[in-house]
Design a protein around this ligand. Sequence first.
Ligand SMILES: C[S@@+](CC[C@H](N)C(=O)[O-])C[C@H]1O[C@@H](n2cnc3c(N)ncnc32)[C@H](O)[C@@H]1O
Length: 260
Amino acid sequence: MENFIVTTTRKPDDTAEIFATELATKLGGNFVEREDFSFDMLKKIHGVENILLVKKNSLSVITAEGELFFHPNTAHLRIKNLRGGDGDRLIDALKISEGSTVLDCTLGLGSDALVVSFVVGLRGKVVALEINPLIAEIVRHGLKNFSEDSPHVLDAMRRVEVVNADCKDFLKNCADNSFDAVYFDPMFRRPVKSSSGLNPIRPLADNRPLTQEIIREACRVAKCRIVMKEHSDSAEFDRLGFTIAAGGKYSSVAFGVIDV
Ligand SMILES: C[S@@+](CC[C@H](N)C(=O)[O-])C[C@H]1O[C@@H](n2cnc3c(N)ncnc32)[C@H](O)[C@@H]1O
């Protein structure tokens, strides 16, 4: 991974600079002192497209599409609804409950992993994979350090185990039946740009389609179910052997399932 630098806000304390240097070493990028430069200037001077920014209590990435940072906004609302007795389409599709184990193969901004973590609780387990090291780092940091939410949401955040890995490689190393459910939310073949909070992630996210080989491995690793989210009229469901789950009749997004 290259094409990025690590820097801080304009007046950092020592801790922020030390942390930024450590992150640069860990991720294989260069640490650059911020001084008084704008992000555009820094990008130009260092010939990079992305800036990993260390703030007082959080991390973000400045991409060509905006600032990418961890925030539990939609997950917060979904957890609130679940606590109020409403359903959640992903949770229904995964058919999971307290104590289940779930492998989320496409962490992204971590909203789905967080909702799943809330549902499976202390006795369950959520491992979430992200192929892009910058996305993995800011979401891992956010899940570990975000503090402005209710205790049940924060507890669920802390329990998500983030791994920077390609799901293709990770799945190959998993034992048969090692998770109750395996989940995929790949970048849609046809993005829903207008309604998406995912825009700042696009320059970093891996856009490659899932392969039949990945789904075969997921079938070996999942004890019960594999779920994939995609555009409701996506040809990916057929191509990869998913049946569209009931519900969400009027939504542009659908969940496909494979029972194993
Ligand atoms: C649409 S986003 C997932 C959004 C996520 N469900 C959420 O709630 O925020 C897809 C993410 O999967 C990642 N990804 C794509 N292919 C992957 C792979 N082979 N292994 C791991 N992560 C992958 C992308 O980089 C991107 O961050």
